[in-house]
Ligand binder design. Structure first.
Ligand SMILES: C[S@@+](CC[C@H](N)C(=O)[O-])C[C@H]1O[C@@H](n2cnc3c(N)ncnc32)[C@H](O)[C@@H]1O
Length: 291
C-alpha cells in the first residue's frame, strides 16, 4: 500500500499551474465547488449526510441515487475529495496526462455528480487541445451545469466541452445504443461505479463489460477506480471464495493493462480549508487498453 508515484512530468505540470493561477492546484479546485454555498448552509445538512451514510452501509445505492433531495447533498459531499483524487490520478498517470494534452473524447460512466469533470478539468487546465466529456449517469443530480459554469469561470478552458447523458447502463434494451457511443471515445472512465453495478446484478455487470470490450476501438483506454476495501469483494460462481473486483477485470481477454495499483491512498494536503470535512481516499486503479 502507498501512493501513486509522482513522475517528473507531474511536477512540471504543477509548476505550470502555479505559474498560471498563483494558488495551489488543490485550492483552485476547491474554490470551484464554493459555488454550491447554499448546500453547505442547508440547516438539514447534517441529518441528510447521516441518511446517505446509512444507505451506503446497507448498499442501498438506488435510494440515494434516485432521491432528488439527497442527490445534491451527495454531489457536494463527495465532490471535493473525489475531484482532488481524480486530478491527482490524471496528472500522475502519464498515459492519462498525455491523452489530455493531445485532446480527445472521454466518456465518463456514472459521473453525474461531476467529480470526474472537475478532476479532469483541473488536470488539463494548462492544456490547449479540445477535450469533450460525455457524462453518463442514471441520475440527474441537477448540479452539473452549475459546476461546469464555475469550472469555466475559474479555469477558462474554452477547449473543454461537457455533454450530459442520462440513462441506465444496466438497461439491456440499450446495449446497441451504448455500443455506438463507446466506439466514439478514446477514453472511458468507470470510477466507483462497477462495484455498484456488480452488487445489483452480476448479469448486468457481465453484459456491460462484454459490451465495452467488444465496442471500444483498438488503442482506446478504460480507466477503472473503485474501493480497495471489502466493498469490492465478490463471490464468484457456486464457490464461497471471494475475489476483488480488479481480479475479475484482470481476467478479461481483449484488454492490456497499462497501469495497475491494488491499493493506494490519496491524502489531501492538510493546509487546505473547506466548509466540509475532506476525506482521504484508498482505492484500486486499473488502466486498460483495448488490443
Ligand atoms: C458512488 S457514485 C460515484 C460517482 C462518481 N463516479 C465518483 O467517483 O464520485 C456512483 C454513480 O454511478 C451512478 N450509477 C449507478 N448505477 C448506475 C447505472 N446502472 N447506470 C448509470 N449510472 C449508474 C450513480 O447514479 C452515481 O452517480
Amino acid at each position: 500500500m502507498g501512493f501513486l508515484p509522482e513522475p517528473l512530468e507531474a511536477q512540471e505540470l504543477n509548476a505550470r499551474h502555479a505559474d498560471k493561477f498563483k494558488k495551489s492546484p488543490e485550492r483552485v479546485l476547491l474554490d470551484v465547488i464554493l459555488v454550491f454555498k447554499d448546500v453547505f448552509s442547508d440547516p438539514q445538512l447534517k441529518e441528510k449526510r447521516k441518511q446517505i451514510k446509512q444507505l451506503f452501509i446497507k448498499r442501498d445505492f438506488k435510494s440515494i441515487f434516485t432521491d432528488p433531495i439527497l442527490l445534491p447533498i451527495y454531489a457536494v459531499e463527495y465532490l471535493p475529495g473525489r475531484a482532488l483524487c481524480y486530478r491527482d490520478i490524471f496528472v500522475k498517470i502519464n498515459e492519462l496526462c498525455n491523452f489530455l494534452e493531445k485532446g480527445g473524447d472521454i466518456m465518463v460512466l456514472g459521473g453525474g455528480n461531476g467529480a470526474e469533470v472537475l478532476g479532469i478539468s483541473a488536470a488539463m487546465c494548462t492544456f490547449e487541445q479540445p477535450v469533450k466529456l460525455t457524462v453518463q449517469d442514471l441520475s440527474n443530480y441537477g448540479t452539473l451545469d452549475t459546476l461546469v459554469g464555475s469550472i469555466h469561470q475559474t479555469y477558462g478552458l474554452e477547449n473543454l466541452s461537457v455533454e450530459s447523458l442520462i440513462g441506465d447502463l444496466m438497461d439491456e434494451s440499450k446495449v446497441l445504443e451504448y455500443s455506438k457511443i463507446f466506439k466514439q471515445h478514446g477514453l472511458i472512465t468507470a470510477m466507483f461505479l462497477l462495484n455498484e453495478i456488480l452488487t445489483q446484478s452480476k448479469k448486468s455487470f457481465v453484459l456491460l463489460i462484454t459490451n465495452l470490450v467488444k465496442s471500444m476501438k483498438k488503442g482506446s483506454m478504460l480507466l477503472v477506480v473503485d474501493s480497495a476495501g471489502s466493498f469490492s469483494e465478490f463471490e464468484v460462481g457456486a464457490s464461497d471464495k471471494s475475489y476483488m473486483l480488479f481480479k475479475l477485470l484482470d481476467a478479461i481477454q481483449g484488454f492490456k493493462c497499462l497501469a495497475s495499483f491494488d491499493s493506494v491512498w490519496y491524502r489531501y494536503p492538510k493546509e487546505v480549508e473547506f466548509p466540509l470535512q475532506l476525506s482521504n481516499m484508498r482505492f484500486f486503479l486499473r488502466l486498460y487498453q483495448k488490443i
